[in-house]
Design a protein around this ligand. Sequence first.
Ligand code: UT7
Length: 321
Amino acid sequence: MKNVGVLGLGTYVPDKVFTNFDFEKILDTSDEWITEMTGIKERRFAEDDMDTSDMAVIAAERALEDSGVGKEDIDLVIVATSTGDHRFPAVANILQDRLGLNNVPSMDQLAACTGFIYSMITASQFIQAGTYKNVLVVGVDKLSKIADFTDRSTAVLFGDGAGAAVMGEVDEGFGIRSFELGSKGSGGQYLYDDKDDGKLRMNGREVFKFAVRQMGESSVNVTEKAGFTNEDIDMLVPHQANIRIMDAARERMKMPKERMSSTIDKYGNTSAASIPLSIHHELKNGKIKAGDNLVLVGFGGGLTWGAICLTWGKNKEETHD
Ligand code: UT7
């Protein structure tokens, strides 16, 4: 059995910071409410002339550079997004062209905020089967395009961003150890884009209840499937939707605050980008190192959910211990 992991990571967030105080100027809301109820302080919004694919290109270039894998060696491109530039062509098709890749297969995958986890697992199956060697996986969303800026219960939650990973074979003892994916289409009514105006609609309460239960359960499941206990997990990297949902998953895992990645205060909910953005943040500040065991866990529209237990890094030489 091949071991499949992340060979390199890259991210991008737009420069424009939109704070809770900026929202106070356009909506009947307050910094206090948003901070207390969600943990968000600010988020990034892309300018009009920067579309989803533009963010994806930058993150992907950075991931390629970080991985040391040449463009000519990428065999497949998968983009997790629900806010593509067009219905078609796919963001992945645009990316394949703009990166100057060979005429390799490229496709978008839609599992809303769970998208990056779905796409990592899809990529890993191709690699494990020996069909493809290196797969470029991108999680990207420009939620500001579909946010309803007249609805205070949703507009304040989201931000724009992109994260990319080059996935391939890693040494034994590294990479993905277990995963879980799921969906429950009957819950689709709780989070969707409106057919009339294309704007995001959500029943926050229902999504909240589902997320609290599922994030905890899936985290525990993948930890056990990997043959680990919570003590073995160095960091929990949850989808950054709401600090209260994230904390509930962490508590179910019986893990202290220091072992959970939290970037929600800075970026809000960036949907498919939130998990790679968080991993990148922790790598930069030294809180994730090669050899660390991580649990990535997410949920989103669909309703969908997914979790991965993996050991970060490619080989022993990287671990420094
Ligand atoms: O990636 C998946 C994306 N979705 C999520 O993760 C969302 C999950 N859900 C949530 O995070 C929470 O449901 C919210 C943070 C969105 C809302 O919290 P809640 O405890 O479910 O509040 P609620 O929607 O029941 O609203 C409570 C009150 C309402 O006022 P009344 O009717 O009690 O007077 C809302 O109108 O809070 C009000 N409210 C706000 N007040 C100030 C809703 N949004 C705001 C706001 N500022 N931005």
